[in-house]
Design a protein around this ligand. Sequence first.
Ligand SMILES: [Zn+2]
Ligand SMILES: [Zn+2]
Length: 344
Amino acid sequence: MQLYNTLSAKERAALIDEAGDERFTLSFYQYAHIGNPELFRNHLFLAWDDMNVLGRIYVAKEGINAQLSVPATNFTKFKSFIDKIHFLYNVRLNIAIEQDNKSFLKLKVKVRNKIVADGLIDETFDVTNKGIHVDAQTFNTLIEQEDTVLVDMRNHYESEIGHFKNAITPDVDTFRDSLDIIEDDLKDHKEDKKLVMYCTGGIRCEKASAYFKHKGFKNVFQLEGGIIEYARQVEQQKLDNKFKGKNFVFDHRRGERISEDIISNCHQCGNSCDTHVNCANEACHLLFIQCESCASQMENCCSQECAEITHLPHEEQKKLRSGKGNSNKIFKKGRSEKLKFQKK
Ligand SMILES: [Zn+2]
Ligand SMILES: [Zn+2]
């Protein structure tokens, strides 16, 4: 019984090309009590590997968080499989607007302590006491009201390329950091303002809304299904789109365009741009925004130093990397001092 991915990304990409099938990129999550995450994980891996499903899935005692690429031809089979799992019956599938057959190239199902690394100690508050879930139409009405404070629950590199107009976008690297900043900012308005929050697919707001209620906020709302579901409803119901720019996503596509506005700049030349890339130097891998002309001039790197390293023979690059672990710059996500035009 094969319980782990064996193909390399390259081999997989070739297989996808060869098959020529359309694939759907989608995501879902569910908080539920899973008694034996390891067993559940294996059950999912075997079934999904068989259906040629790819993606990144986290399973924990508290539930499941899945981002997937499903072959269109196996979609019905996939859907009936998850519907048979009682806590996943009719779970909302967030289907990506911009499809990419290669959004994921491996199937990775991992058992974790939590399905979102939120840094919260759940035992200290009632996680089930969530905010009021609102759909796109209600959300549009709410955010125009004067007593509403709209908060983006994502990290700085996500809101940089796209966010709702008038949203507070905390300049944070982690979810946990944003909670304290928001609470402090709004401490005098826990009762008289409506706190409306959103994130990519809704999962972060599930905990955040409960946390803020625990902290004394009286009127807490969350966008159901996040930006992904909002964009879908806006399109389907012909609603006014209040999201500007791109929705950052955690797969190969990196971003999904929601409106034509480009609200960020190339981190190297400052020109209007919202394309995230990773530095081509494997040892650096910095996530930053780079326009096409800088990409060719800088050889897809964040700096001259990195470009020079990519010129070295592979063996030598490996030697440079050995013992150093991953460069910590990976996690600075666009905050490297080497970038001239990083977000202020
Ligand atoms: Zn540029
Ligand atoms: Zn670099």
